[in-house]
Design a binder for this molecule. Structure first.
Ligand code: GLA
Length: 515
């Protein structure tokens, strides 16, 4: 039996197959983060209000579940044992029996709403609070020297998600691969002590090419890694601060983040390039920009962590964020990024990704230009044998005649399509002793289904190398004795002679679909 990674958490999966109990970002996480709209002024009241909005405005129902408390929640003080000291005024008791200054209070509040809680630190000694623009400077807000202690504390408080930034790490010129691996170990150690799993969000802005080392770093069961800087510096509306109000999002801010984040060969189920928090609902965004942002982030299966003030979202913002067909593209079990299959005129681009259902594609026609465009799609460039059987316009929720090949896209807008057709026949390569050589993917974009078994009980990271010089990581999730795991992969352009180097995992064969 071929097993496709389900959309459920690995915990549930684990009951079935007795594998790891760690959290799995089986689909990239969806939720909210405090930074973009509250910066380091974040406190318990803000988090309560935003968590309530998330639970009530339709986003929770659509699958947004994380409430992440970003920078600013502590000011770097520790007691004589190195234990983090929290400001009791910012994080007071919320109900009787609780103590002021205990972060478990807010976690409990978030959990009671049926949501999950996220927290933030830095891999270095100082965090980013050294460069505040809405409060004083605080030293020592990072976790370096306290990894085991801090991640155990986060776990004891009940946090389900940890975002680890890189301001201190960058200043000290640390190695991301080394330090994030140590942090992954600390997270796993904490889980083994408390029994409470936490998901890992790496935030080093792509500075040390994390797509080469972040998937499964330190043996973590799933993770996400930021691929670039912040789309925009925070805009705290309540400050009425001129500098903040000058921060207006332009389309290029969103497009730059997408462009910096496209590393499709590193991404597959459970391991995601993070294109940064979403800015839908923030200053400067229009309805067409919302469609571009949501379309690119969902077709990329990127984390959908919204950074705006959820209490101020318009019905139109919410309609885009909760569009169920766009979210289904996002949650596709293969979790792949799209590849650019065509650019008929500069700035008019066709992006497509393969999905877990045979012959299915998500297609985004992105018009970056100031003129409306008519785009002819050549289905063969999407790896389809013939014209599709069905075509769906995701924004309108309507079917389009399957024979249609010409699509209109207004200036600076995006059309999102779901396409069902027939895959071209793949080439099959059988493995010998877990090594497959001689895979040829010399044409355009290439998609591969890797069949493997991994009965080690934990994630195994395979090095994937090619004679074209590429070296990347593929993290293979555990399978049971009788199941075959399938990982969907995008192979790099022009790849030739591909080999997997793995231990404890049997790679059986690879089906390669050249587009
Ligand atoms: C960096 C990160 C942001 C946010 C801030 C907090 O800029 O990229 O996402 O966490 O730090 O200071």
């Amino acid at each position: 039996m071929v097993h496709f990674m389900p959309q459920s958490k690995l915990v549930r999966f684990g009951l079935l197959f007795a594998v790891s109990t760690a959290e799995c970002f089986c689909a990239a996480p969806k939720g909210w983060n405090s930074w973009n709209s509250f910066a380091n002024l974040v406190n318990s009241q803000i988090i309560q209000r935003e968590a309530e909005a998330l639970a009530a405005n339709g986003m929770k129902r659509a699958g947004y579940e994380y409430v992440v408390i970003d920078e600013g929640w502590w000011q770097g003080q520790r007691d004589s044992n190195g234990k983090i000291l929290v400001d009791p005024k910012q994080w007071p008791a919320i109900k009787p029996g609780q103590k002021d200054g205990d972060m478990a209070n807010i976690v409990d509040y978030i959990h009671r709403l049926g949501l999950k809680a996220g927290i933030y630190t830095d891999a270095g000694r100082d965090g980013c609070s050294m460069y505040p623009d809405s409060g004083p400077t605080y030293r020592n807000t990072g976790s370096e020297g306290h990894y085991e202690q801090d991640f155990l504390q986060f776990s004891k408080w009940g946090f389900d998600y940890v975002k680890v930034d890189w301001c201190g790490g960058a200043n000290e010129k640390l190695s991301g691969a080394v330090h994030y691996a140590e942090i992954a170990h600390a997270i796993k150690r904490a889980e083994s002590i408390t029994g409470h799993p936490a998901s890992f969000s790496i935030c080093e802005w792509g500075s040390q090419n994390p797509w080469f080392w972040a998937p499964g770093v330190g043996g973590i069961d799933s993770d996400i890694w930021r691929t670039g800087g912040d789309i925009i510096a925070p805009v705290v509306e309540s400050l009425h601060d001129v500098d903040h109000q000058k921060r207006i999002i332009a389309l290029n801010n969103v497009l730059d983040s997408f462009d910096a984040g496209t590393h499709p060969e590193a991404q597959h189920t459970g391991y995601y390039n993070d294109l940064d928090m979403m800015v839908i609902g923030m200053r400067g965004m229009t309805e067409a920009m919302d469609r571009i942002h949501m379309g690119l982030w969902t077709i990329s299966s990127a984390p959908l962590i919204v950074g705006s003030d959820l209490t101020r979202l318009s019905p139109a913002n919410l309609a885009v964020l909760t569009n169920s067909e766009a979210l289904a593209i996002h949650d596709d079990p293969y979790g792949l990024q799209p590849v650019k299959v065509d650019e008929p005129t500069p700035g008019v681009q066709v992006w497509a990704k393969p999905m877990a259902v045979a012959g299915r594609r998500a297609v985004a026609i992105l018009n970056r230009t100031n003129n409306s465009a008519k785009v002819q799609i050549n289905w063969s460039k999407l790896g389809l044998d013939a014209a599709p059987r069905s075509l769906r316009d995701v924004w309108s929720g309507r079917n389009i005649a399957a024979a249609e090949t010409l699509f209109s896209v207004p200036a600076q807008d995006l059309l999102l399509l779901l396409v069902d057709g027939e895959d071209k026949k793949p080439d099959k390569y059988t493995a010998s002793q877990s090594v497959i050589t001689g895979i040829r993917a010399t044409g355009g974009p290439t998609f591969a289904r890797v069949h493997y078994s991994n009965t080690s009980g934990h994630v195994v990271v395979a090095r994937l190398k090619s004679t074209s010089g590429l070296s990347t990581a593929v993290a293979l999730l555990p399978t049971s004795e009788s199941d075959v795991g399938v990982a969907g992969l995008i192979l790099p352009h022009g790849t030739a002679d591909l080999s997997f180097e793995v231990e404890m995992v049997v790679v059986r064969d690879v089906a390669v679909y050249a587009w």
